[in-house]
Design a protein around this ligand. Sequence first.
Ligand SMILES: *Cc1c(COP(=O)(O)O)cnc(C)c1O
Length: 405
Amino acid sequence: MGKKNSNKVYSVETELVYSPSGDQHNASVAPLYQSATFKQPSLNDMGEYDYTRSGNPTRTHLQNHLARIMKAKHTFAVTSGMGCLDVITKILKPGDEVIAGDDLYGGTQRLLTYMHNKGDIVVHHYDTTNTELIKSKISTKTRMIFLESPTNPLIKVVDVKSIADYAHQVNPDVIVVFDNTMMSPIFMTPLDLGVDIQYESATKYLNGHHDIMAGVLATRSDELAEKLFFVINSTGCGLAPFDCWLLSRGLRTLAVRVERQQQNCMRIAEFLSQVGFQVRYPGLKNHPQHELHNSQCRGYGAVLSFETGNIKLSEKIVESTDIFGIAVSFGCVNSLISMPCKMSHASIDAKTRAERDFPEDLIRLCIGIENCEDLINDLTRALLKSGAVKVNSQDELYLTSTAKL
Ligand SMILES: *Cc1c(COP(=O)(O)O)cnc(C)c1O
């Protein structure tokens, strides 16, 4: 079935669009099996599929495709990014100790805190950018380590390989978990850095169109894959066939989308820096961990954040853009603007945010594939309207005192 060369591995841009469907009619796009049940060939022969909670050809096709792209041996598509984390934490035992970053995605923080408060697991949050600190906290009691890099919206970079190597040295059974939503498989291959389980919110870049919720888990370990599959099959959180099919469609354009988004983001980061804002983007040479980021990634993604020094001013800017929609999330083809403290990170209480030096005036931009001039003009209009910047006689923008940091 299929083409002779379907075992050959191509570069990721090619792999994204090259997906032999193995279909009986040679359909050029793998068909959608919108079927919950499959008849058995005979009473004693279950056949490959019996019930979609356990497996479905459309999900298998997506997962095989993702495995090639993420350089994984096993991948699983589930109902959301948070669904991935739920599956992963279900393989822990009561009382297990885990180490997590202190600038994690808001939903990750919420789920880990919920489990901690119920007494399911013991969670320790540390600044994971401090490699020596994390190393000093890893012990034989540590069961799992949760990492994200760059974090969002503070854009802090974590030395993934050093932490993963050290953790496995201290305890070969420790499970290092990495959330790769920010970089996508185009810019980062966490499994190559020694991570045991990688997951991503496919709601973001992988699908790219904000029309489905999905999550993807990936591992090279047969043992972990078996445990993850057991939980997915038992709880029924496998991704529905139609959503698998849509995700397969979105995936084909992943490379062109994120490359264009990154190109736009870099220009916008440079524009905002030039105006005088303090911009957080790993692609800027003045990012404190620019080199570390380069050592583990092939690109910088399309999320940046900047401070204005004034919450009211930030609110005005956010409310003054036209092309940039005010929305949580990122990874979509269109550009978004948000204030994390009031939106995506509102699930982290104000006291914890303050302890972590989370700037309440921070604006996050998630850049899409639009014309970059249009985006910069839209931002310029919003900055002018808000009073954050003015134009001097040379037609250059400068920060006004309301925005002086
Ligand atoms: C969005 C996001 C998640 C959660 O994914 P959902 O698909 O929304 O459940 C997890 N981690 C990061 C970094 C995210 O941005």
